[in-house]
Design a protein around this ligand. Structure first.
Ligand SMILES: [Zn+2]
Ligand SMILES: [Zn+2]
Length: 759
């Protein structure tokens, strides 16, 4: 019997052909296997029927750990047997199938780590040791099929030792495209910030030593540069914050082992598993009572972002020093993508860093680290990037046509949605300028090309002025795609529906800002979304509150508090007591009071984020937002230690949850109760109120399922309180599991709407 098999999925770059070779030989079959230009694999088999059946069983049951098979297409072919053995053939450039993809970058595996540390191993101390089960993939692949010549490894010819492993079917590095050693592979070198080489025996360990002494070193990794420094000293952190213009925003850190992590942070089983998984994300962990690292790493926050090393290079940084961890933050100039080119690193980081640790392999595609946190046992993505992208999120059902979602404005991603596979890009960042716009456009093009997708529609936000909206218009016109604009909070809930295959849902969506269908600022919404209608209904929302001065109130949350309290109280004295927190002091306060009186220059918002901001300002937790989400994050950090002392009953008028009364109570009790208790009470009020309102709407509309999405769904207190309240009422409750609740998850929701509803 002769058959041809085509497999789609993640089947290139995961040791799939060596695996096929082994099971073909084991089952006594002849023929070949080869990679294809569409990221799939083609197999030809000749042999007895039962042997082929055994082969197919092995194929399904014993596939390599990182491989994902989406489809196996088997077709018998005519003609006589012509192969005398089984071989791995040269790849074919051809591609006709859609929906396969290359794997994400994979952290160094245990076997490679052991070899790195074994003085008898030929790759002892080789910083880029990898095998078929580990190493970079997405960030080194220029084009398909996944052959060495199509990756940035093409600059490094295999030495005879590496080649002997590469061609040996019994070796773990059989056909591993990233195989290399200190003789033939990429080299590391240390340079000053001016680019002058520093002579030293081991550049990596020397960099580790410099870091532990408190110097700032840029480090080239798989998907871009990090800026690193010590974690136990304040001085380098003060300097780093000054030069990066990052006054408060937390830095992620890297620690060499779980044991070290446990010395400064609490670690649940689930968190430990995530930290050590091959995706190696940054995990937000609670600082423990013995926390001894600098408070300047994550100022005023109860948690800290930690990751474990994911390359040999990272492990070696810790070899000869005592420092427990290093700051490891993405190297990017403000509002620009992570740096990936060597000359760009010197040009743009020269004033920030003291040294740069380079290696001489090019980065084909940049990729930031992923960030997750755990709510009890449940993982929540703050950023889905390295280790995950571009592997798809598998949906429960197929969409009707292939669509692209370009996301919103901040923390953006792009999504190509093909049938039931959502291919979501790495983190793109805030798309506000030409650099990030180009990055977004190229990432979209690259994903479409890799998956061989024929796009029919492009979706974007409803906001008329977003850069992504303009890009969507351009792409629609250029490619003759249908353009669909999707309201921000609808897109969040649609992403939740996509992830769970929900047909009908009452969605609670809370965040900072989204452009509403009425042109106003939304952000605390209860929406009814069904698959029968091509849209959504806004059933309820938080009370509209004034934003004095618009955007400036987002930066200075005392303005939000003033706007809300003003209706009920004379707040002039209180504002004057706080005048040092207004950039223009008393003069500014008088203007604000005048504007409130006349309702001038005042915008309305239903944002949940702004209400939390106002609480943070009243409690003196945060007066100025220097990074996205800062007041609300710091408020959560305080609240986590508190109790519900106010015990307020949600005040619901019709379809609106009142937020004024709660804020008044917080204000009046601010001398009486602790900040922690008041902060916790405010969280509980919002969570219970939103849940109660949503349950009412669920009953009215005869829906069975509720869900929670939006940036505020990353808030542990809100998320868990809403969940508890909803589940106590007997309804099904959905939260995101594989896609971020924040704006990084918008692109999926948009693409889902555009892919499902052919308007
Ligand atoms: Zn390995
Ligand atoms: Zn070699």
């Amino acid at each position: 019997m002769r058959v041809k098999i085509k497999a789609t999925g993640i089947v290139q770059g995961v040791g799939f052909r060596p695996f096929i070779y082994r099971i073909a030989v084991k089952n006594g079959l002849n023929g070949y296997v080869r990679n294809r230009g569409d990221a799939g694999v083609e197999i030809l088999l000749e042999g007895e029927k039962e042997n082929i059946e055994c082969f197919l069983k092995d194929l399904r049951e014993k596939k390599p750990p990182l491989a994902q098979i989406y489809e196996i297409i088997t077709s018998p072919i005519k003609g006589k047997n012509k192969y005398e053995n089984f071989k791995i053939y040269k790849s074919s450039e051809k591609g006709e199938l859609s929906g396969s993809i290359i794997p994400p970058d994979i952290a160094i595996c245990d076997e490679c780590l052991k070899e790195l540390r074994d003085p008898k191993d030929p790759r002892y101390n080789y910083f880029f040791i990898t095998c078929t089960n580990c190493g970079p993939r997405y960030t080194i692949i220029d084009r398909l099929p996944y052959d060495r010549k199509n990756t940035t490894m093409k600059d490094f010819s295999l030495c005879s030792f590496c080649n002997s492993e590469y061609v040996n079917p019994l070796n773990r590095r059989f056909h591993a495209q990233t195989v290399a050693c200190s003789k033939c592979g990429p080299k590391a070198y240390l340079a000053t910030s001016k680019g002058e080489l520093v002579a030293c025996k081991s550049p990596i360990r020397e960099a580790g030593r410099l870091l532990s002494e408190g110097l700032i070193v840029a480090i080239k990794g798989y998907g871009g540069f990090h800026v690193a420094t010590a974690t136990t000293k304040d001085e380098p952190l003060i300097r780093l914050r000054e030069v990066k213009h990052r006054r408060q925003k937390p830095f992620a850190i890297m620690a060499p082992s779980l044991e070290v992590v446990r010395s400064f942070a609490k670690l649940s089983l689930k968190e430990a598993k995530l930290l050590a998984s091959y995706t190696r994300p940054i995990v937000l962990l609670h600082k423990n009572e013995n926390y001894y690292l600098s408070n300047l790493i994550a100022p005023d926050l109860h948690n800290i972002g930690v990751m474990l090393p994911y390359t040999g290079l990272h492990y070696m940084l810790f070899d000869e020093i005592d420092e427990p961890a290093f700051v490891m933050t993405s190297a990017n100039p403000p509002n620009q993508p992570i740096i990936k080119e060597d000359d760009e690193a010197l040009k743009k980081l020269g004033d920030t860093v003291d040294y740069v640790l380079f290696h001489n392999r090019k980065i084909a595609h940049r990729c930031d680290d992923s960030v997750v946190r755990v709510h009890r046992k449940h993982q929540v993505f703050l950023r889905r990037s390295r280790g995950y992208a571009p592997a798809p999120i598998m949906l429960k059902e197929k969409v009707r046509r292939c669509a692209v979602g370009l996301g919103g404005e901040l923390n953006n991603t792009t999504c190509v949605l093909l049938e039931n596979k959502a291919f979501i890009s790495q983190h793109i960042g805030d798309v506000e300028n030409i650099e990030t716009r180009d990055f977004l456009e190229n990432a979209t093009k690259h994903l479409t090309h890799l998956t061989n997708s024929k796009v029919e529609a492009v979706a974007c936000d409803l906001h008329p002025k977003f850069t992504t909206t303009k890009l969507a218009h351009d792409l629609a016109k250029k490619n003759d795609w249908q353009l669909i604009q999707v309201q921000h909070h609808y897109a969040h809930i649609a992403a939740l529906m996509a992830e769970h295959g929900a047909k009908e849902i009452i969605g609670i969506c809370c965040d900072g800002y989204g452009y509403g269908v009425d042109g106003e600022a939304w952000g605390g919404e209860i929406l009814l979304c069904t698959q029968e209608t091509s849209g959504f209904k806004r059933l309820a929302h938080l009370q509209k509150q004034p934003l004095i001065g618009g955007d400036i109130a987002t930066r200075y949350p005392l303005r939000v508090a003033a706007g809300i309290l003003h209706k009920q109280l004379n707040i002039e004295n209180w504002l004057l007591q706080n005048q040092k927190h207004f950039p223009y002091g008393e003069k500014e306060i008088q203007i604000i009071l005048h504007q409130l009186e006349k309702e001038n220059n005042t915008f309305k918002t239903t944002s949940c984020g702004r209400v939390l901001d106002a609480v943070a300002a009243i409690l003196g937790v945060c007066y100025e937002r220097t990074y996205e989400g800062e007041p609300a994050m710091k408020l959560e950090s305080i609240a986590i230690k508190g109790k519900n002392v106010l015990k307020l009953e949600p005040k619901i008028k019709g379809n609106i949850l009142d937020t004024t009364q709660m804020l008044l109570e917080v204000f009046e009790n601010r001398q009486k109760n602790s900040k922690a208790d008041l902060a916790y009470s405010a969280h509980t009020y919002l969570a219970k109120g939103l849940a109660k309102l949503a349950i009412e709407k669920t009953l009215e509309n005869d829906v069975k399922t509720l869900g929670f999405s939006g940036g505020a769904a990353c808030n542990e207190i809100l998320a868990l309180t809403i969940q508890k309240t909803v589940e106590a009422s007997g309804f099904k409750f959905l939260v995101h599991e594989t896609n971020p609740p924040g704006d990084g998850g918008l692109s999926l929701g948009q693409a889902f709407v555009a892919g499902f509803y052919i308007l």
